[in-house]
Design a protein around this ligand. Structure first.
Ligand SMILES: [Fe+2]
Length: 292
């Protein structure tokens, strides 16, 4: 397959070993580029594999990340006109978060794995892409109030943007039907947390990034999924993203049948302080809505 064709198919990464089917037949050789279609086929056949973000033999210490995207493409950007709900948030906090996320999006553009995945989200899952940008903005603003250091803020920003990335690996029928799901579909839907964190971890992203994908549906009291962990066992980054995720969902008609106003959503979230979310995160979240 030539490079141009690979670009079009959005390479997620490269398989790090030979992959055999159940009867021992070689399906993929080490180093084969993995597109979304190939990954889905492997998942359907329940074949395990590991992904590397760079081609085999590539030494990231000696050279820049491989850029497979056309040079003419531009980095994604935070929209200049944000959704109306952002008017209710502290203007300075949100404009700082938007500036920071634009810097993150420029960095993502230089990384083949991160850029291809954000492209898949933006082009094939538009509602989730906008939701991910909103969640990242609110998460970064909360973290800044919690006085995050540079490295932690960077991890939180990346992880919040990719918190639902596992959804690109779910069957479309599950995503389309999630409003009226049956139990079986709920279980499959919940797998987006594990699929997303495995994808990020396999590509050597740090714990502060991949645990957001894994734990953003866990609850402070232990009633969440996929593992039902509670309290301090939930990474603070994931707890922050859980609050931002809930706020954006409750106030988005596309995700929530009975869409709430920002103030109604804040009230609902505050009621779950200490139950679904840690108190210190809610305190900072509420502070974001003090108008300037
Ligand atoms: Fe999610």
């Amino acid at each position: 397959m030539d490079n141009k064709k690979q670009n079009k198919e959005n390479i997620l990464g490269y398989v790090t070993h030979n992959v055999f089917d159940k009867s021992g037949r070689l399906l993929l050789t080490e180093g084969t580029p993995l597109t979304l279609k190939v990954v889905q086929k492997l998942e359907e056949r329940k074949l395990s594999f590991r992904i590397s973000a760079v081609p085999l033999g590539h030494n990231p210490a000696k050279s820049k990340p491989v850029s497979l995207q056309a040079k003419t493409t531009k980095p994604f950007r935070v929209p200049q006109r944000l959704d109306k709900k952002f008017e209710r948030l502290n203007g300075e906090s949100i404009s700082h978060a938007a500036k920071y996320m634009n810097w993150i999006l420029r960095q993502i553009h230089e990384d083949v794995f991160l850029n291809n995945n954000i492209k898949i989200l933006a082009q094939g899952h538009k509602a989730n892409y906008s939701h991910s940008i909103n969640v990242a903005l609110i998460s970064v603003a909360i973290a800044r109030k919690l006085k995050y250091n540079k490295i932690s803020l960077h991890e939180l920003a990346l992880g919040s943007l990719y918190h639902d990335i596992g959804k690109i690996l779910l069957p479309k029928s599950v995503l389309d039907d999630i409003a009226g799901v049956c139990d079986g579909q709920t279980l499959i839907y919940q797998q987006h947390t594990v699929l997303g964190s495995d994808l990020l971890a396999a590509n050597k992203l740090p714990e502060g990034v991949y645990l957001i994908a894994r734990q953003h549906h866990e609850k402070h009291s232990g009633n969440g999924y996929p593992n039902g962990i509670k309290g301090n066992d939930i990474h603070l980054n994931a707890a922050i993203v859980a609050v931002a995720d809930t706020f954006d969902r409750l106030t988005s008609a596309i995700f929530h049948r009975n869409v709430l106003s920002p103030d109604e959503a804040i009230k609902q979230i505050v009621l779950a302080q200490g139950i679904d979310y840690p108190p210190q995160v809610i305190d900072m979240f509420v502070e974001l809505f003090n108008t300037d």
